[in-house]
Design a binder for this molecule. Structure first.
Ligand SMILES: C[S@@+](CC[C@H](N)C(=O)[O-])C[C@H]1O[C@@H](n2cnc3c(N)ncnc32)[C@H](O)[C@@H]1O
Length: 260
């Protein structure tokens, strides 16, 4: 047996800057059984943010614009920010093809320093980002700062099948416990409004198998996921948090005491 000598690749922000990674991003993940994942994630975003028409929305780490374009098509005024030029180029092309490039601004930038004033957006969200985040508290605090209403994001979970996936394919993903998320949300001054948990079978399997087989597995996956144990084992969670209203007495009192 030979010892592993190659360094473990970490899919941090550098990984997505390569042209070939960006060009293959969608086809590798969202063809075959992966279409199911794309659909579910889009449902999660729409479910949380709807109605989107006329809303000013910021997507953090928008990548190839899967959600940015979807929201612009539904009448949102969307900005997509990402640290990779190559991923943004894919997003711009997708927006042009969909005829919504006039309704989206794609911006090159770091989620740790958002180039927007406080309370600028109605909603701010990030998908498939927090597992890459080395400083999640800083990112979530920035998201909360520029939102006046809502902050939505997903996490990959510890104590889930994702642990096995990470072990088989070590890519340096950060996995979160419920307590981690609750702490991050509270520290960012947000309050958790709703949540949902899904994919007892992790994403990695779906994208490797044909769509018909994936549909069968998905039926079992959702049936198991609807049980208490299944929910606990889900590999993905979607978290919908709110920026407390100024009139919230606790928050107002806290702010007043902070200002002293
Ligand atoms: C897994 S991809 C997800 C893309 C998109 N949200 C999606 O779900 O299809 C992660 C994205 O995060 C971006 N990213 C990583 N670190 C970032 C940072 N500090 N600021 C902004 N974007 C970042 C990468 O360039 C990449 O496009």
């Amino acid at each position: 047996m030979s010892a592993r000598t190659e360094p473990v690749p970490v899919k941090g922000k550098e990984w997505y800057k390569a042209d070939d990674v960006a060009e293959e991003y969608d086809s590798k993940r969202f063809s075959r059984g992966g279409r199911l994942i794309d659909r579910r994630e889009k449902e999660a975003v729409l479910g949380a943010l709807s109605p989107v028409e006329g809303k000013r929305v910021l997507e953090i780490a928008c990548g190839t614009g899967r959600f940015t374009v979807m929201l612009a098509e539904r009448g949102a005024d969307v900005a997509g920010l990402d640290i990779s030029r190559a991923m943004l180029a894919q997003g711009r092309e997708k927006a042009r093809d969909a005829g919504v490039d006039d309704h989206i601004s794609f911006l090159l930038g770091d989620a740790a320093r958002l180039p927007f004033p406080d309370d600028h957006f109605d909603a701010v969200f990030a998908m498939r980002f927090f597992h890459l985040a080395d400083t999640p508290a800083k990112f979530l605090t920035e998201m909360a700062r520029v939102s006046r209403g809502q902050v939505f994001f997903d996490t990959f979970n510890d104590f889930s099948t994702r642990v096995v996936y990470n072990w088989l394919l070590p890519m340096g993903s950060h996995l979160y416990s419920r307590e981690d998320v609750e702490r991050l949300v509270a520290d960012a001054g947000l309050s958790l409004a709703t949540e949902s948990h899904d994919f007892v079978v992790p994403y990695g399997l779906y994208r490797k198998i044909p769509g018909t087989l994936a549909a069968d597995i998905r039926s079992v996956d959702t049936a198991v996921g609807d049980t208490v144990v299944g929910e606990r084992l889900s590999s993905v969670s979607y978290w919908n948090a709110r920026v407390p209203e100024e009139s919230d007495p606790v928050t107002a009192a806290e702010r007043a005491s902070e200002a002293e």
